[in-house]
Design a protein around this ligand. Structure first.
Ligand code: HEC
Length: 440
């Protein structure tokens, strides 16, 4: 009943209301146009990634004239009245989508983009920010840490804040370095407004590319080992895959039945696994987006995934509190609800599992949960080897250093802690942001 009612309201709403830039136009631009018209590759000098840039237009002038769809270059190019028809080298947009552009322009081409922080307004912190993502750089010297509307590059010994990469997304929920350390990718967004994938140049601390998707924050962004692709999970149950070099969206998949919270690529970058609140971990062909098979037997809701450094073996965890180690591939003769790809089940945690990492030497798995300690296990035997304690509340992210000797953690209390992997001795503990006067 409720569903039918909502559907009806939606239909009536869209018949009556004028198209919105953020809800109707921007998603179309992102899907069909942004691959060629963005800061990194401005075909015809046109960038459609923000309202301002789209309004400014390209080499032939403004992309639209408010109130005059017939005079607007965008409509003329979409219809093929101006040549070549847009989107270039692809099918024409359906009439209903062209009509959205037309109606939005006719109704004044209004900008309803949310207010955004500019690069000059660095975030001021009165208290430490909740830390939701962190990773070591490949040389082990730097940690990339999520802040509010920014990513912090901090020396891994806790001594110095090196750079603040400020963007538009309020929250950063995942970060990943390319193997050569040159790129940093991030996934996040502003809740109930937009999701965003960012690609940063580490050396210059500049945003190279950004792509927006869906109307909410995105989760579990991961980078393929060869850096070619980025996969992200979404609150609308989809997974979107982007080309790192252009920021272009390659495809999206909608085969989960709940939020997709984590993704990880296989060793050869040709496949990835997505894990969701629907309890499933799905193996996907990274080139085509085709579903290959279910990795696990359904148990609890999944929040986290990590892969063995050299093998297509993953560890999964979530609401059920047990970390499960699974082979990514099933033997050909599998049966329905067959669990023969389960390698090992680790010990039950004190709370729902929030984050996992597998050390680069393969010898340890770190398990964070809604409890005060991160447990370290030997994946070969399943034995617990150490417990890294000291957190006052939830831990949301864990990362091993490239040489596997250290483990960094972050969470609700806003402190980064760096432990020795050997015995969980606390080596460094620091708040990664400058706190302004008046803070406790
Ligand atoms: C595959 C690349 C590609 C895609 C995708 C694409 N464009 Fe273009 N676009 C171009 C190129 C190249 C030109 C320059 C064409 C020329 O003048 O020969 C252009 C020109 C334009 C112009 C004219 C700008 C000016 O001032 O000259 C508009 C407007 C435009 N595109 C809008 C769009 C819209 C809207 C979409 C999405 C629906 C889109 N394009 C998708 C490549 C692309």
């Amino acid at each position: 009943m409720r569903r039918v009612f909502l559907l009806l309201c939606g239909t009536i709403g869209s018949l009556a209301a004028a198209p919105s830039f953020t809800k109707d136009i921007q998603p179309l631009l992102q899907k069909h146009c942004q691959g060629c018209h963005q800061p990194a590759s401005k075909a015809a000098n046109l960038d459609v990634t923000t309202y301002q840039a789209f309004a400014k237009g390209g080499q032939r002038g403004p992309a639209f004239v408010a109130g005059q769809p017939d005079q607007s270059l965008t409509v003329r190019y979409l219809l093929g009245e101006a040549k070549p028809r847009m989107p270039l080298a692809a099918e024409a947009l359906p009439e209903s989508e062209i009509a959205l552009f037309r109606d939005w322009i006719r109704d004044g081409a209004k900008d309803d983009s949310p207010e955004e922080a500019t690069e000059t307004s660095a975030t001021v912190y009165l208290q430490p920010p909740v830390i939701t993502a962190l990773k070591f750089s490949p040389d082990g010297q730097t940690l990339a840490i999520s802040g509010n509307r920014e990513i912090l590059l901090h020396s891994a010994d806790g001594k110095k804040l090196l750079h603040r990469l400020s963007g538009r997304a309020e929250r950063i929920l995942s970060v990943a370095f390319s193997a050569d350390g040159k790129l940093l990718i991030a996934g996040g967004g502003t809740p109930a407004q937009f999701g965003e994938v960012q690609v940063w140049d580490v050396a210059t601390a500049k945003l190279l590319r950004s792509a927006r998707l869906t109307n909410d924050t995105v989760f579990g962004a991961s980078l393929a080992p060869d850096a070619s692709k980025i996969a992200v999970g979404c609150a609308d149950n989809t997974v979107h895959v982007f080309e790192t070099a252009t920021g272009k969206e390659l495809y999206k998949i909608g085969n989960h039945e709940n939020w997709v919270l984590a993704t990880v690529f296989g060793v050869d970058s040709k496949r990835f696994v997505s894990a969701s609140g629907d309890r499933a971990a799905k193996l996907i062909d990274a080139n085509s987006g085709a579903f290959l098979e279910n990795v696990n037997l359904l148990r609890g809701e999944l929040n986290a995934i990590a892969r063995h450094p050299k093998k297509d073996v993953v560890v999964l965890g979530g609401a059920e509190r047990y970390p499960y180690i699974y082979l990514m591939d099933r033997p050909r003769n599998m049966k329905i609800a067959d669990d023969t790809t389960l390698v090992r089940k680790l010990e039950r945690q004190d709370g729902a599992i929030t984050a996992l990492d597998w050390s680069p030497d393969g010898a340890r798995i770190a398990v964070a949960s809604q409890s005060a300690a991160v447990n370290l296990y030997d994946p070969e035997t399943g034995d617990k080897k150490a417990a890294c304690s000291g957190h006052s509340a939830g831990i949301y992210t864990v990362a091993f250093s490239p040489d596997s000797s250290k483990l960094a953690t972050g969470g609700f209390d806003g402190k980064v802690r760096v432990y020795s992997t050997q015995d969980c001795k606390l080596l460094h503990s620091f708040v990664p942001v400058p706190l302004s006067a008046g803070a406790q």
